[in-house]
Design a protein around this ligand. Structure first.
Ligand code: ZN
Length: 182
């Protein structure tokens, strides 16, 4: 399981044979998903993935809004995780497969990976954790944001038990089985 970034110190003891997704730009990073320098630190984490592949809810929640912000997030989804007073935003989507008010479960598809908004033509999901309802933050504006990888339990695995007493995320893109010998 060492390949999955951001595992909690006491992960649920289930053998994990999934390859970690590509993280193109972590929180506070000063480089973009396209590897060019950012002027100001990144407010979320960018996960790479093929265009059209599923974007997954990072935790159980409710669709708080569908984001349409051509200059920034592009097409996106904001989920509310009420119990924990947290919101997660998913940006640069190709399409959205949920509607406002809908309840979603961890790992459920909410959209498709795309390059909408300021995605620099690199297909990826910008995942952001907010302590208030947000619509994703511009570089440099980290107010009310948290590092998603600090609370990430790795790839989503169907059937795995996740902690219910604290806010735990799983990655917003599917992880493929690890190739043998890698
Ligand atoms: Zn980003």
């Amino acid at each position: 399981m060492g390949l999955c970034l951001g595992l909690l110190s006491a992960p649920v003891a289930v053998a994990q044979n999934l390859g970690a997704p590509v993280i193109l730009s972590p929180y506070r990073s000063l480089h973009g998903a396209d590897n060019r320098p950012r002027r100001l630190p990144h407010a979320g984490v960018d996960f790479g993935g093929p265009v059209g592949s599923p974007v997954l809810a990072a935790a159980d929640g409710t669709v708080s809004r569908i984001i349409e912000w051509p200059m920034g997030c592009g097409l996106g989804v904001l989920l509310e995780h009420r119990r924990f007073k947290r919101w997660t935003a998913y940006c640069h989507l190709l399409g959205v497969t949920v509607r406002k008010g809908q309840s979603v479960s961890r790992g459920e598809q909410i959209g498709m990976v795309g390059t909408s908004g300021g995605a620099s033509y690199v297909p990826h999901v910008h995942l952001e954790v907010c302590t208030l309802a947000c619509s994703s933050h511009s570089d440099g504006d980290l107010t009310g944001t948290e590092d998603p990888l600090e609370v990430a339990a790795g790839c989503f695995e169907a059937g795995r038990a996740y902690p219910a007493d604290r806010f735990v995320l799983t990655f917003p893109v599917a992880c493929l089985p690890r190739a043998r010998g890698r």
